[in-house]
Write a protein that binds this ligand. Structure first.
Ligand code: THU
Length: 137
């Protein structure tokens, strides 16, 4: 599916402005493009109990899944003032559940676009066969 990477990066940058990151002060925005061309966005949301923090990528994905979406084409991430911010390992695992072939782009709006396939970022990923865990008796 054709899409304009700069449009997706701009959506991620807009989401980044809503980040809640008072502890790290590292704001991240993500924008997820569905197979039908809709964009769901997310920002990181931190917590006083640090480990409860949720990354921007997971917020975007969970918003989309909760809205009934199941097909995803690309994800843009804009992090801090860094040129490149690819998803962390935990987010890669969560993304692979729904979109093993997802294109991940990162960069700053108007700048160079860096693109990787999720397969490259998380090779040989862990997946359970559906129904692999029968109920315990
Ligand atoms: N963070 C993200 O939102 N996405 C990433 O891919 C890396 C890290 C957030 C989590 C935390 O709020 C802050 O960035 C610093 O780790």
């Amino acid at each position: 599916m054709f899409y304009e990477p700069q449009t997706l990066l701009a959506a991620a940058a807009a989401a980044r402005a809503r980040a809640y990151a008072p502890y790290s002060r590292f704001k991240v925005g993500a924008a997820l493009l569905t197979g039908e061309g809709k964009i769901y966005s997310g920002c990181n949301i931190e917590n006083s109990a640090y480990s409860l923090t949720v990354c921007a990528e997971r917020v975007a994905l969970f918003q989309a899944v909760a809205a009934g979406e199941r097909q995803f084409v690309a994800l843009a991430v804009v992090g801090g003032e860094q040129e490149v911010c690819f998803p962390c390992g935990a987010c890669r695992q969560v993304l692979v559940e729904f979109a093993p072939e997802l294109e991940i782009i990162t960069g700053q709006p108007g700048g160079t676009v860096y693109c990787r396939n999720l397969k490259e970022l998380l090779p040989d990923s862990f997946r359970l066969k559906r129904g692999a865990c029968p109920d315990e008796r």
